[in-house]
Design a protein around this ligand. Structure first.
Ligand code: NAD
Length: 288
C-alpha cells in the first residue's frame, strides 16, 4: 500500500476561497480586514516570509501593513510599536516576525500583543485559553495540524496520538488540542526513551522536532495518519539544497495518510493565520 497524501496546498486553497467571501462580507458591513506585521532584525528569511504573506493577504482582499524597523531596533522600540498598534482601532490583527534583533526579549514582546489582536496565538493569555478551550486565537501551526487530521475523516475520540516535539508554540498546543478532541495523547521530546515503542502504537503520529529522517517506517503503525510539521534545509543527492520534514519517504509504504514537506503543514499554517486575521476582524466588528 501507498499512503494517501494530505495535500496542504489544496486544503489551504479551499480555506482561502472561503475567506475571500468572508473578507468581502466584512467589507460590506464596514470592517476592513487588515494584517499588521512587525518586521525588525533584518533577517532575510523573515523578510521573504513577510513578503509572501503580503501577497497571500492581497490575494484575499486583506490589507497588509508592514511595519519595518531597522536591524538594530531596540526592545523598547519594538514594544513601543506594538503598544501603538494595540491602541489603534483600525488595527485588529498583529503579528511579530521572528527572529528579533539580539538583546530583545521575544517572549516579553509577544506577551505585549493585545490578546484579541494576537493572530499567531503567541501571547501567554491565548496559550492559556488553548488549555481551557475558550474561544480565542489559537496558534496557527496547531490549528493547521488539526484541520489536516480532520480532512482524513478519522474521528479522534478513542485514537492514540503521539506528538514528537513539545515546544511552546508548536508541540504543546497540538497536544492540548488533541486532548480537547478526546484523543489519548502522548507528548515526547528529545529526552524520551524508546521513542519508537511509543510511536508504533500511534493511530495519529505528529512529528514536530525539526530532525530530518527522525521518523522511519519501522516506527509507524500500519494504517496510521502521519503529520510532518518539521521544516529543515538539507543538501540533496543532486547537490542542491531542499526543504525536508522529519518523516522518511519510506513511511509512505506503511501509513494510510502522510502529509508531505513541502506542501503540507506549511501552506495550511499560512491559511490558518489568514483565518485568524478574518476572525479577529469579525470579532472587532461584532464587539465580542
Ligand atoms: P523547537 O526546536 O523549539 O522544538 C523542538 C522539539 O522537538 C523539542 O521539544 C525537542 O525536545 C524535540 N525533539 C528534538 N529532537 C528530538 C528527538 N530526536 N526525539 C524527540 N523529540 C525531539 O522547534 P519548533 O519551533 O517546535 O519547530 C519544530 C519544527 O517544526 C521545526 O522544523 C520548524 O521549522 C517546524 N515548524 C514548522 C511550521 C510549519 O508551518 N510547518 C511552523 C513552525 C515550526
Amino acid at each position: 500500500v501507498t499512503a494517501r497524501i494530505i495535500d496542504g496546498k489544496a486544503l489551504a486553497a479551499r480555506v482561502k476561497d472561503e475567506l475571500k467571501s468572508a473578507v468581502e462580507d466584512l467589507r460590506r458591513r464596514g470592517r476592513l480586514v487588515r494584517l499588521d506585521s512587525v518586521l525588525a532584525g533584518g533577517d532575510p528569511g523573515a523578510a521573504v516570509y513577510a513578503s509572501n504573506q503580503a501577497s497571500a493577504c492581497r490575494s484575499l482582499g486583506i490589507e497588509h501593513a508592514l511595519h519595518e524597523l531597522p536591524a538594530g531596533a531596540s526592545h523598547e522600540q519594538i514594544e513601543g510599536l506594538v503598544a501603538r498598534l494595540n491602541a489603534d482601532a483600525a488595527v485588529h490583527a498583529i503579528m511579530v516576525h521572528l527572529p528579533l534583533p539580539p538583546g530583545c526579549d521575544t517572549e516579553q514582546i509577544q506577551s505585549r500583543i493585545a490578546p484579541d489582536k494576537d493572530v499567531e496565538g503567541v501571547n501567554p493569555v491565548n496559550i492559556g485559553n488553548v488549555v481551557y478551550g475558550r474561544r480565542s486565537l489559537l496558534p496557527c501551526t496547531a490549528l493547521a495540524v488539526m484541520e489536516m487530521i480532520e480532512s482524513t475523516g478519522v474521528a479522534l475520540p478513542g485514537t492514540n496520538c503521539v506528538c514528537v516535539g513539545a515546544s511552546n508554540i508548536v508541540g504543546k498546543p497540538i497536544v492540548v488540542l488533541l486532548m480537547r478532541s478526546e484523543a489519548t495523547v502522548i507528548s515526547t521530546n528529545k529526552y524520551t526513551k524508546n521513542l519508537s515503542e511509543l510511536t508504533q502504537g500511534a493511530d495519529v503520529l505528529i512529528s514536530a522536532a525539526g530532525r530530518p529522517g527522525l521518523i522511519t517506517a519501522d516506527m509507524v503503525k500500519p494504517g496510521a495518519i502521519v503529520i510532518d510539521v518539521g521544516i529543515s534545509r538539507q543538501l540533496g543527492r543532486d547537490g542542491t539544497m531542499r526543504t525536508v520534514g522529519d518523516v522518511d519517504e519510506r513511511v509512505r509504504q506503511v501509513a494510510a495518510w502522510v502529509s508531505p514537506v513541502p506542501g503540507g503543514v506549511g501552506p495550511m499554517t499560512v491559511a490558518m493565520l489568514l483565518r485568524n486575521t478574518v476572525d479577529s476582524a469579525r470579532r472587532a466588528l461584532e464587539g465580542s
